[in-house]
Design a protein around this ligand. Structure first.
Ligand code: ZN
Length: 344
């Protein structure tokens, strides 16, 4: 108790709950045998909201200043302005949302804050970081963050935005050399920061975190409520990988620390970038070898074992809120449940 713990950016909490188009929220099949193990679906699942990307990062161009200058000034090039994790978006005629991408001659000047994001279909994409998003005459554009629009953007736009936001977070928080303290300068089209004093090169930092759906011998799922979550919000346990630890070891340790449950077999499922500000979420399943729950009370306020019938009833009664948002947590829970999750 009392030792410093690093808490993950919340998995939920958007003021605008996302509708993930990959997660149909239609009615459950009328007849669902809840005692049965989950349906094994042979169909490939849609990619997670933040792992969709069609843009070729074209990293070989990052050190080619002549190529970058030519690409920047090309009339087909498009620029995304990013500020504090937000970008401008606008609604499309068909009810979707798209990024506001402007030609470089319309983009604000920001040579020291310009990131090359890649190419797609002959078009080069850059992001520029500014202290504030530019206004627009037509007023059709509005600022939005990844939690709000990450799940509803097109694949191309989702990939561009997550790349731009992750780079911006890193650039903003790593302006000084961690070796000598000197101010660093941008290099490699935004993918490196170089120290002019000691020559050190600093690369974008990604902090691995694990997120796990724990089941017991009766295939019940262990879901917890974080201290700061609203009443009824239960989700998978999660935590950061510590130095000198494998992801699998982190799963075992975090489940023991947060819920007091011992875990045996651990299986990898998928990963997703989680740039709030710089995590990579590694999704796992884990099999418990003990059932008694003892929450830490610091990070997890309450944890419970849910059978599928329990979970369905708790959501339908409103006692438990279904997972929302762009986190892999919803996918892990849905994979265990074996069906699209019930809605209230
Ligand atoms: Zn230095």
């Amino acid at each position: 108790m009392g030792r410093p713990r690093r808490t993950l950016a919340p998995l939920t909490g958007s003021p605008h709950p996302l509708t993930d188009p990959s997660t149909p929220n239609g009615e459950l099949e009328a007849v669902l045998s809840l005692a049965e193990p989950p349906l094994s679906s042979a169909e490939p699942q849609a990619p997670l909201a933040l792992t969709r990307a069609t843009v070729d990062r074209a990293a070989h161009h990052r050190l080619d200043e002549a190529w970058l200058a030519a690409a920047w000034s090309h009339p087909s090039t498009r620029v995304l302005v990013v500020s504090g994790g937000q970008v401008l978006v606008e609604d499309t005629a068909d009810g979707g949302v798209e990024l506001v991408l402007v030609p470089s001659f319309e983009a604000p000047y920001a040579e020291n804050h310009r990131y090359f994001l890649g190419t797609d279909d002959g078009v080069s994409y850059f992001a520029v970081q500014k202290d504030a998003l530019p206004g627009r005459m037509d007023d059709a554009a509005r600022p939005a963050g990844l939690r709000e629009v990450g799940g509803v953007l097109s694949e191309r736009d989702a990939g561009l935005m997550v790349h731009a936001v992750a780079l911006e977070n890193w650039q903003r928080l790593h302006r000084f050399c961690s070796r000598c303290g000197e101010r660093t300068v941008i290099a490699a089209a935004g993918h490196v920061r170089r120290c002019p004093a000691c020559g050190a090169e600093h690369y974008p930092r990604t902090d691995p975190a694990v997120i796990m759906l724990v089941t017991d011998s009766r295939d019940r799922a262990l879901l917890g409520r974080q201290v700061h979550w609203p009443e009824g919000r239960f989700s998978t346990l999660a935590g950061f990988v510590e130095p000198g630890e494998s992801a699998e070891q982190a799963v075992v340790r975090e489940v023991a620390e947060e819920a007091g449950v011992r875990v045996g077999e651990v299986g990898y499922v998928a990963s997703q970038p989680w740039p709030f500000p710089s995590s990579l979420m590694l999704g796992f399943t884990a099999r418990a070898v003990s059932e008694e729950i003892q929450v830490d009370g610091e990070e997890i306020h309450e944890a419970r074992w849910f059978s599928r019938a329990d979970y369905r009833a708790a959501i339908e009664s409103g006692e438990v809120l279904p997972p929302t948002g762009i986190s892999i947590a919803a996918r892990l829970i849905e994979n265990w449940y074996g069906e699209p999750l019930p809605r209230r």
